[in-house]
Design a protein around this ligand. Structure first.
Ligand SMILES: [Fe+2]
Length: 249
């Protein structure tokens, strides 16, 4: 029996599907990342490989479905220490193309739900982000912004996080941004998102071996700066409901 982890969480943003994007490039790296996640209290995860349909240069990037399925099978065969679901970090450069990619099945939503983990370019401006959200919502999807703390629009711009709150746009924050992050503007934006109660999901954004999952300090920060019911929802409750409960048809 291993030690009981201090926290319980679901990792909603990670690049652990082997050989699909710039994250894990081998089954053993994925297994090691799973082991580290489990050790920190992970009880489930959504695998969110990078995908894009229609960027500024008219370029599409999405892994072939067969490659994703093969990688999933590999992972299942080694039996992960917790259940995982398939999702994607969908890069939005032209929201209409993104919508087309989603509808044609080339891009993946989160665990087959209506939720999209939507990543905007680091220099995307606020109008562009809000327009993109509107287009995706208009298409019947529910975008959740991937790590807004890493975007120029939100670093040093708490007013833009407030704008998200006003528009009810939820976000995913990288756990390490809350505490371990050395760049103050990134850390402050993540913390402000927490204060504003914008966070729906937490992620590791791990890309082993260059970035291993590191959530403990972020969870410490979360639980010491938010009421327990909100912290529980962010750490695992929302993701459990969004991705892991069997829905009656
Ligand atoms: Fe990512």
């Amino acid at each position: 029996m291993g030690m009981t982890a201090k926290y319980r969480f679901i990792d909603c943003h990670c690049h652990l599907l082997p050989n699909v994007d710039d994250g894990s490039y081998s089954l053993s790296l994925s297994q090691e990342a799973f082991r580290r996640l489990r050790e920190q209290g992970c009880v489930g995860c959504v695998l969110t490989s990078h995908m894009c349909f229609g960027n500024r240069r008219g370029y599409h990037w999405f892994p072939p479905r067969e490659r994703i399925e093969a990688a999933c099978e590999e992972l299942s065969a080694v039996s992960a220490p917790f259940p995982f679901r398939l999702g994607a970090e969908v890069n939005v450069q032209d929201a209409h193309s993104t919508l087309h990619g989603l509808r044609s099945g080339k891009l993946l939503s989160m665990a087959g739900s209506r939720f999209i983990l939507a990543e905007f370019e680091p220099d995307a401006d606020m109008d562009f982000i809000l327009d993109g959200v509107k287009v995706l919502r208009g298409g019947g999807y529910e975008p959740v912004l991937a790590h807004p703390e890493r975007l120029a629009a939100f670093m040093g711009h708490p007013e833009n996080l407030e704008l998200l709150a006003k528009e009810n746009v939820p976000v995913q924050v990288n756990a390490y941004s809350l505490a371990r992050e050395k760049k103050a503007p990134v850390r402050e934006a993540a913390r402000r998102a927490l204060e504003l109660r914008l966070i729906r999901w937490l992620g590791s954004d791990s890309h082993p071996p260059r970035r291993w999952p590191q959530l403990s300090e972020g969870l410490d920060y979360l639980y010491s700066h938010a009421p327990q019911d909100y912290a529980d929802a962010v750490a695992f409750g929302n993701a459990e409901r969004d991705f892991f409960t069997v829905k009656e048809k």
